[in-house]
Ligand binder design. Sequence first.
Ligand code: ZN
Length: 256
Amino acid sequence: MVATQSPYSFISDARRERPDAFKASMNNRPLNKILSELPDSELARVMPLLKPVSLAAGERLSEGDARNRFIYFPETSVISVFADMSDGKTAEVGMIGFEGIAEVTSLLDSRQPSQSLNVSIAGKALRASTEDFARQIFDGDGLQQRLLEYAAAYVAHVSQRSACAVLHRLKQRFAIWLLLLADRLKGDVIEITQEQIGEHLGARRAGITVLVAELQAVGAIAHSRGRLRIVDRSKLESIACECYSALALDQQQTLN
Ligand SMILES: [Zn+2]
């Protein structure tokens, strides 16, 4: 693979800044990266289609058995994609924050997905009708290009997560998952309960309780009352499996 300038390299810088810098919208442009990087003329064309919404943690945005009616461009929220099994078991296969669209494949393919979208971290997003937005895609070069680049990155993300779920241990996946969330929140504090962690990782709560205690004992995280803080990021990275190097936003390559 030819190394290209990562479109997400700004995140490492943002991480060093105060998290509230992220909350202040600059120049009234959307905080969602795909929208904010569109040329002014194209942004002006799609903005009327977008409605600002506040998403609550745990909110279910789509059911697996119906076509998504809406697509979401997360700004400060984080949305997770779950694969649902017929026996009711479920596990997270994708995570979408300010860098992406939930869910990009609904724009490209109208067939019924076997996946559902859940809000993992509350926050703001811009919402559009999938049908209206899909109609706009091929009318402008910038948007079409950005969506295709993002779709390629998203497929790579989901593929890596799927392999990780099969090949790597729960402790490694837990560490990765926390890093992925922190990247999307541009901060080290995550509002999450042990029960939610178990749902996302397809693991029993008892197992998560043991892992949280283990990671606290080595000084990687602190967790109390639904609030988890990453205390030592490099320690967490050393616990995570090799997949983080492929999944980290600031490592993500897009097709140019
Ligand atoms: Zn892995």
